[in-house]
Design a protein around this ligand. Structure first.
Ligand code: PGA
Length: 244
């Protein structure tokens, strides 16, 4: 834990229907007394309804992607301004699933982050190495290059969060050792444009491993996929962060 703001961010990915808003409401109740930041990023179809469901609570709502432009002929895309207009305060950008499924490059991520900042959103910029890159000893090179190339001018603690997510740890139940997480987070911290930017770890964070991950010096929180879908699991992770 550093001096940066603590944030527990849940990424619902392509999961969730209106009936699942009950989980967001339950989370809002269980987190009422927490002082760390709590964020849920549901699919775009639920942003507005979730923002209403958790209005007045600790839980903030975010998107999972945005277009780099404000508006225009981009069928199927959603702008940062639209996310903000729906009640989002954050947007996840450059998640490895976006980089893999939609061939997003770091320059695209930087353009989207710029758009997010212009719309008043906090951009959660995701970085992470493949297993082959880790095995080849390239982890720090890869992650620091992604950091350099994925952040726009003006990225600062007020508008940017970084999530380190080793691709091989996402949805696999495997996590790096605590030393491996610490090594990457230490390297990221000294290369940030502003040292108070929050650094999240992501990849198979669960109630059972959250406390030991949050005890690492430069980990300020987590970006959580599978375990964010149920309020009981995510609430336990938030409680671990709050206690760290
Ligand atoms: P996971 O996903 O927690 O299910 O591993 C993390 C993420 O992709 O953000």
């Amino acid at each position: 834990m550093s001096d940066a703001c603590k944030l527990a961010a849940g990424n619902w990915k392509m999961n969730g229907l209106r009936a699942d808003l009950i989980e967001a409401r339950a989370l809002a109740e269980s987190c009422a007394a927490m002082s760390c930041g709590v964020l849920l990023c549901p699919p775009a179809t639920l942003i507005s309804a979730m923002a209403e469901a958790v209005a007045g609570s600790k839980v903030m709502v975010g998107g999972q992607d945005c277009h780099a432009n404000v508006s225009g002929a981009h069928t199927g895309d959603i702008s940062a301004q639209m996310l903000a207009d729906s009640g989002a305060r954050y947007v996840i950008l450059g998640h490895s699933e976006r980089r893999a499924d939609h061939a997003e490059q770091s320059a695209d991520v930087a353009a989207k982050a710029q758009a997010a900042h212009s719309a008043g959103l906090v951009a959660i910029v995701c970085l992470g190495e493949t297993e082959a890159e880790r095995d080849a000893g390239q982890t720090l090179d890869v992650v620091l290059r992604q950091l350099r190339e994925s952040l726009p001018e003006g990225a600062a603690a007020a508008n940017t969060v970084i999530a380190y997510e080793p691709i091989w740890a996402i949805g696999t139940g495997r996590t790096p050792t605590l030393e491996q997480i610490a090594e990457v987070h230490d390297a990221l911290r000294v290369n940030l444009p502003e040292s108070a930017i929050s650094l999240l770890y992501g990849g198979s964070v669960k109630p059972g491993n959250a406390a030991e991950i949050f005890a690492i010096a430069n980990v300020d929180g987590a970006l959580v996929g599978g375990a964010s879908l149920k309020a009981a699991d995510f609430g336990a992770i938030v409680a671990a962060l709050d206690a760290a």
